[in-house]
Write a protein that binds this ligand. Sequence first.
Ligand code: HEM
Length: 552
Amino acid sequence: MDYLRAHPLAAAILTILVAYFTRATVRFAHHRKRMGKYPGPPYHWLWGHLLILGEYRKTKPIRMHGHYLPALLAEDYSLGPVFLFDTYPAGPAILIINDADLAHDVSTVQVYPKSHLLGDALAPVAGPENLVVMEGTLWKKWRTIFNPAFSMTQLMSLVPLVVDSTGVFVDNLDKLASKNEPFRLEEPATYLTIDIIGKVILDHDFKSQTAKNEYVDAMRAQFTWLRDHTSFNPLHIYSPIRPIANLYYTWRMRRYLGKLLDTRLAARAGSTSNTRQRVGIDLALDTYFADYSQGKEDETNLLKMDPKFRQHVIDNFRILLVAGHDTTSSTVAYALYRLSRHPSTLAKLRAEHDEIFGPNPLVAADALKSDPYLLSKLTYTTAVIQETLRLYTPATSLREGTPNLFIKDPSTSNMLSTDGLAVWIESVCMNRSREIWGLDVHDFRPERFLSPEIDDVDPRAFRPFEKGPRNCIGQELAMLEIKIALVLVVRLFDFKAAYDELDLLKGDGTLWAGSEQGRQGVQEVWGDEAYQVLYATAKPRDGMPMRVKRRV
Ligand code: HEM
């Protein structure tokens, strides 16, 4: 006491510390008391759900994507349509939606805002304001600008471009087949979808399938510098280098796209007629001139674009380039992987392609170019893709709870406050639900998506592209790309997973080469060695090691 009286500064610091810890303890106790009342797995008064999380970290792969966890919890603890998972203070408290009706309410009726956690995670790849996280009139404006770039008519006119890029993918698989060595399928599949989205949005060929590209390198490098939310390593969490790396790669990406924008502007100024196909970049520029100079493309507007608009255009291109390649490439890779494990499904798929395109696989590319509407005849192929999306859901929707939004728990009729919680439309839970899909829920069986079986499933229970106003803008494009890839690939090649040969790929120069950690211990989820990991989005573990052989 005497010491404190003699040292007023020390006394002040001590008072602040005591006040801080008292406040934190009261908040913590209040949080635990409130969360303990929500439905969910057993809740510990001190640890919340942290102990359960710890158990899963022992029994499941350390790198397993976090979106498996609610589905495992729902299965292991027989949880209902809505439940809480609370890892506070290590992570957020999340209300998990495991029901078609509630998912409809959150996505389409109430239209919950996007979670700030999503915004934080996406900021390094696409800036703080981008189409995925924008809200209100700003979101509506940009969604309206880009919608026409993804209309069915526009996409059908782009089929020849997609077929050409897929032709390069086929050439690359051919080269890999002649090398007769394992490789990571995620890489060529990713470069394929990057090249396609570049053409669709920017009328720009990144040519990433055949050479290194500055933008693609910076974007992929940025992925390796994102925070890994499955890691509890303080050196990783508080890395002082990550923010610097994030700034550097952001600068490189923005510089590349800024140059493309300026070139397009200059080309526009120099041309009187516009016969070129109009893609996303043109639609954004049309809006700029409409908003800023009543449609008049005068000198001043051409030379000096409003900085805020410029940032929005560039960051929206960045998000379209990320969202437009990652999920699609993983689905291509997973479809080929699953087909390699199910010979009878593969045979049925090949038979459908023989029937629609004729028995010679080498003429399918030309057939597609001259009649893109052949794609609509691919019923079984569509079922294969849907079954792949069910088992390997590439993305889900994280929303923000607010004081005025409540969820009615159908099993108790209790109104659950969403205040301070993240609300997760967890389609993985629904995709792995026995109640919805039957006892063989973890099996790959595309027939479940064919009539009459699918007629018994609530259409709102299967939502790989989400539903409501914030649904995926690129869903038709994605389906079109994956169908074209399957048509041009499955009859030419045989694939074989090569997880047992992973050691041969050590240090292979891909972005997977650095992810050696977590290779020990359990390496399967629901018996599947190709489980998803978080690498910006949900990707196949270790980039999906494969071998490929030419068939014809
Ligand atoms: C298999 C492929 C794909 C899947 C499974 C998928 C899935 C999804 C999902 C679940 C959402 C909702 C995310 C949320 O609520 O936060 C979404 C939104 C979005 N997706 Fe996709 N996506 C795919 C391909 C694409 C493609 C090719 C593009 C093309 C650019 C794209 C662009 C977007 C954009 C911009 C949004 C935000 C839309 C908005 O909020 O208005 N996606 N996607």
